[in-house]
Design a protein around this ligand. Structure first.
Ligand code: SF4
Length: 325
């Protein structure tokens, strides 16, 4: 996909932002928020193949409120037994019906999820791993991430959908679960899956894919990251699609060229926790460690840099990662 034009951070501003983001990471250690995040689900497994299957399932359904989608994904995983990879490798349409009959989560029904599970099983059989499937798509697209993700999703969807629909009823939100074509949206849930697989292991991301570089990633752009990126001057676009995610990533690259999406989790959870709400509040800005670099915070709460605790902690029920893509 053609990259949009954007401003680039100056090295001086990037250095200041990096110090501010390091402060945020120290003040709000990411590991403490992992239990509230869908990445907690693939953390339950040890085998890389089980991790990638659990991760793609969890990331694909990670839209809306975490307290609503997490239990549904947990129930599906529980029905898959101790090895999600072993389960999908041996899965047929009758098994999918047994697991997913009656499943509903917002736009998606059991038939949609069955296509995803059957498609992962086929990819494991054909290529040995989801990583191998993605790497093949990445190489075929000449390193273009948009093309690679599009081809990866197309291969996952290459199952007998009519047989699935005969067993489980009509698919409903298949294009939302597995978008084909990928289009101009931010594809947040696919980038989230890639971040989990490629970065780390660092207590948050799992780092089980070794053949993709963290430098190839694009930020998983949800409403929280979009809001923070706008306030911190990482993006100037108003439309938060793929092009905006690329803009933000290019600026994060100036901050950390090797690992540009390193601060995605801490930025997202700064918003999710309620510490940086959509309607900014002076009393929260006054104690936010990002304030010196934030256009909104400097306006609402002028004064010396904060030295105390930066963030109000939210309740688990408030934890959500809203989708853009
Ligand atoms: S200073 Fe205020 S608006 Fe800016 S990031 Fe912090 S809490 Fe959000």
């Amino acid at each position: 996909m053609r990259r949009g034009r954007t401003h680039r951070l100056s090295p001086e501003r990037a250095a200041r932002l990096r110090r501010a983001l390091d402060r945020l990471e120290r003040a709000s250690p990411p590991r403490r928020r992992v239990p509230l995040d869908p990445v907690s689900l693939p953390h339950r497994y040890r085998d890389p193949r089980d991790i990638e299957v659990a991760a793609l399932l969890a990331a694909s359904l990670a839209y809306g409120r975490a307290d609503l989608f997490l239990p549904r994904v947990e129930r599906v995983l529980a029905g898959m037994g101790p090895s999600p990879a072993g389960f999908v490798r041996g899965l047929d349409v009758a098994g999918a019906r047994e697991l997913l009959a009656g499943f509903v989560y917002r736009f998606n029904v059991g038939a949609d999820v069955a296509v995803l599970l059957l498609g992962m099983g086929r990819m494991l059989e054909r290529r040995g791993s989801l990583e191998a499937g993605f790497v093949a798509a990445h190489e075929a697209s000449g390193g273009d991430l948009h093309g690679a993700l599009g081809a990866f999703v197309r291969e996952i969807r290459d199952v007998d959908v009519r047989a699935v629909e005969r067993a489980l009823g009509r698919t409903r939100g298949l294009d939302h679960l597995l978008p084909v074509p990928l289009g101009a949206g931010a594809a947040k849930r696919l980038h989230l899956f890639l971040r989990w697989m490629v970065r780390g292991p660092d207590g948050v991301d799992l780092g089980v894919w070794k053949r993709v570089s963290p430098g190839a990633l694009i930020v998983p752009l949800d409403t929280h990251v979009a809001r923070l990126a706008w306030r911190l001057g990482l993006v100037r676009r108003r439309t938060m699609g793929w092009a905006a995610a690329e803009d933000i990533t290019r600026n994060l690259e100036v901050i950390d060229p090797v690992d540009p999406v390193r601060f995605d989790f801490v930025l997202c959870h700064h918003g999710m926790s309620g510490a940086c709400p959509p309607r900014a509040r002076a009393e929260l800005c006054a104690r936010c460690v990002l304030r010196p670099e934030c256009s909104v915070g400097r306006r609402l709460a002028p004064g010396p840099e904060p030295s105390g605790p930066p963030a109000r902690r939210g309740s688990p029920a408030s934890a959500r990662r809203a989708p853009l893509g």
